[in-house]
Design a protein around this ligand. Sequence first.
Ligand code: GH3
Ligand code: MG
Ligand code: MG
Ligand code: MG
Length: 334
Amino acid sequence: MNAVPDDTTATPPDSFPAMVLLVDDQVMVGEAIRRALANEPGIDFHYCPDPQRALAEAIQTRPTVILQDLVLPGVDGLSLVRAYRAHPAVKDVPIIVLSTKEEASVKGAAFTAGANDYLVKLPDTIELVARIRYHSRSYLTLQQRDEAYQALRKSQQKLLETNMELRRLTNLDGLTGLANRRYFDEYLDAEWKRSLRERREISVLMLDVDHFKPFNDTYGHVAGDEALKRVAATILASCDRSTDLGARYGGEEFSLVLPGMPAGGARLIAEKLRRAIEGLKIPHASSPTAPHLTASIGIASVMPDQADGVISLVHSADRGLYEAKRLGRNRAVP
Ligand code: GH3
Ligand code: MG
Ligand code: MG
Ligand code: MG
């Protein structure tokens, strides 16, 4: 019965090509090995009789296995083995030491220098071919695995960057570049829990631009957008500590999370921010409050004592904001 070949039979091990580089000063040896490999399918052979050129030819011919003689004129074969191992272009190429010496101490020294295998000259053709194929196969498999791994790493890195960019974008307000409402809620919740654990106060400011509808009506929506961007930049500048968060709560409303900030400090920041927005001197001819753009701010500070108290903190800041509006705007309450 003819079986359909599966993955393991579809790629027989012998289909791996081999490029053999032989470094041996004796031309007779070179010829003998050439003849032994001549009829082997998929095995290319390159012979280098000059040990001084060995490393350069290894780099140039890109062998899948190096056959390395030990006794050479002017060069120790082991130092060549070490030289291949030290060069980035060929450091992983398998090396079979070929020598007439049969002593265990010589074999041991060859492996210590970095050889993968050892054959006594002249080896039997069947064994030589088998070892060449074995080492070439493991080398090429290793290279393929390395390349596949590098490709995987690269695509993982790209995915990670895309994810981070996506996450950044989903957390940002498109107009002002501040955090959006979604991120504000998430951040406030996390900081509330942290404050609860660490028994530290936390403050929230709610800010609303005064008479912004008439501003739009007078100067147009584009000018309105520009004004919101400048208010946002002022809010960002007032976030002194790395844990302070400025967000666009929606429309012309903004919010700040100030972890670890007690009521006194929050009031100072709110007042500074209010003054900075007034100080932008963005003309607002149709404002009943001032001839330029202003904002009202509600402040709430608390020492968290329960896990789900975060909503009442925001409500409290909202009440402050409402009160600031009622008292005539362009102020921070309490
Ligand atoms: P108050 O002092 O009571 O807050 O008065 P107000 O006019 O600011 O309040 P109101 O809620 O009536 O109007 C808010 C205005 O903000 C209306 C809306 O068109 C404008 N607005 C909200 N988002 C944007 C925006 O992204 N760009 C522009 N240009 N205007 C916006
Ligand atoms: Mg020799
Ligand atoms: Mg509003
Ligand atoms: Mg408003």
